[in-house]
Design a protein around this ligand. Structure first.
Ligand SMILES: Cc1ncc(COP(=O)(O)O)c(C=O)c1O
Length: 410
């Protein structure tokens, strides 16, 4: 199975030119967006604090970041970054395969490899670039990529770049996945791709069942562990750690969420990561991670490993808020993680609820199609280790009042 992981070895170049027919030219897409969305969709943050932000002079509780462990503002990460700037400067000024690899990159790859319990890891400049890089290099147009309906956009873009055939199965539905697998000839190479934790729904992929099923049909499994790395499992190693004994063939992720910086990674066998390194354009033709970020990430890894209490507090707040919301009668869908959607029936109600929370100094994300199904707009809440139970009580109090006023709950 592992030897067969490199799905193709020759073609890695996308030939279709990008369409010039973009939304502004057609004139319709922007008109359709509610003006409230423009205001709430790109609010200017003036300052950040522990679980809080300042916007337009107002201190607000931050319930919309991916700063799961509260490391984005951690002084130790900042110090490491500043020290690295003194020794290494601001930029590597080159891509990894030319002059842009230094000992910080190699150390980070080794530390991540050990943390994620993988054979090999290659670091990218972002999670988006990692997904683009791995899919465009190991998948060819003769292969089939089978994706959960709700996978992240970077996976869909990676498939487009690879020129692969894409088949979609219903979200988390193993019968639907099996139906798709059955219809593909056994001789065709197949890769099943899922998110470890779904970014707009907050549910875990059913990794043990899914991996068993995919392997039974000769398909490989790739998991995007962007939201689970640092967060899920007894050691915070991600989705595989959460479930125990399950081994996906490829794991990708970001370093911008629990690790509080930015960057991304692709992990698998050494054969695969070497192949990805030498074939993915997003790795080869882009300047490597800057020294300050790379050094801060090494410190972030130390903290993730040595301070499990951050994760424990995050999960305690998660359980408390989920329970409280469900008691109030809110629909939180399949959520079981620090990403908690409040799913509503229409966009107007959703925007009204977001605006009311905003007026209570609570910063949340409004989410509409295509980031979620058209008929299920949502207020997306996401927690950090810097929140405390009293914050959750404040949010629940606010949501109780406004939900009743809007007729969303009884
Ligand atoms: C599931 C998932 N994959 C990939 C990414 C991209 O990561 P990055 O922000 O590091 O490019 C994100 C970011 O939102 C994500 O949620």
């Amino acid at each position: 199975m592992r030897d067969a992981i490199v799905l193709e070895s020759t073609e890695s170049i996308q030939t279709d030119p990008p369409s010039k027919d973009f939304a502004l030219k057609n004139g319709s897409s922007l008109d359709r967006i509610d003006p409230v969305y423009w205001r709430l969709g790109e609010r200017k943050v003036d300052a950040m604090g522990a679980g809080k932000v300042v916007c337009d002079g107002r201190e607000m509780m931050m319930l919309a970041s991916n700063n799961y462990l509260g490391l984005a503002g951690d002084a130790r990460l900042m110090r490491s970054g500043m020290e690295a700037i003194k020794s290494w400067g601001n930029s590597t000024s080159g891509s990894r395969l030319l002059n842009g690899t230094n000992q910080l990159h190699l150390k980070l790859e080794e530390r991540l490899r050990a943390f994620k319990r993988l054979e090999s890891v290659v670091v990218f400049q972002s999670g988006y670039m990692g997904n683009l890089g791995v899919l465009s290099s190991i998948v060819s147009k003769d292969d089939v990529v089978i994706i959960d309906k709700l996978v992240h956009a970077s996976i869909i873009d990676g498939c487009k770049l690879a020129g692969a055939s894409v088949r979609v199965f219903k979200h988390q539905n193993m019968e639907s996945l099996e139906k798709v697998l059955k219809r593909i000839a056994p001789t065709i190479k197949k890769l099943v791709v899922v998110d470890g934790i779904y970014s707009m729904d907050g549910d875990f992929a059913k990794l043990p069942e899914l991996t068993e099923l995919a392997h039974r049909y000769g398909a490989l499994v790739m998991v995007d562990d962007a939201h689970a790395t640092g967060v899920a499992g007894p050691h915070g190693r991600g989705t595989a750690d959460h479930f125990g004994s399950v081994e996906p063939d490829i794991v990708t992720g970001t370093l911008s969420k629990a690790f509080g910086c930015f960057g991304g990674f692709v992990g698998s066998t050494k054969q695969v990561t070497d192949f990805v390194k030498y074939n993915s354009h997003s790795f080869i033709y882009s300047t490597s991670l800057c020294p300050s970020v790379t050094a801060s990430l090494l410190t972030a890894l130390d903290i993730v490993e040595k301070e499990p209490e951050r994760r424990e507090n995050l999960w305690a707040c998660t359980r408390y808020l989920l329970h409280g919301l469900n008691q109030l009668g809110y629909n939180t869908g399949l959520s079981e993680t620090p990403i908690i959607p409040i799913i509503l029936d229409d966009e107007n109600t959703m925007f009204n609820l977001v605006a009311r929370l905003d007026s209570d100094d609570i910063f949340v994300s409004p989410v509409i199609y295509p980031a979620c199904p058209r008929k299920a707009p949502r207020v997306r809440l996401s927690l950090t280790a810097e929140h405390i139970i009293a914050d959750m009580d404040r949010v629940l109090g606010s949501l109780e009042r406004h939900g009743r006023a809007l007729g969303v709950i009884n």
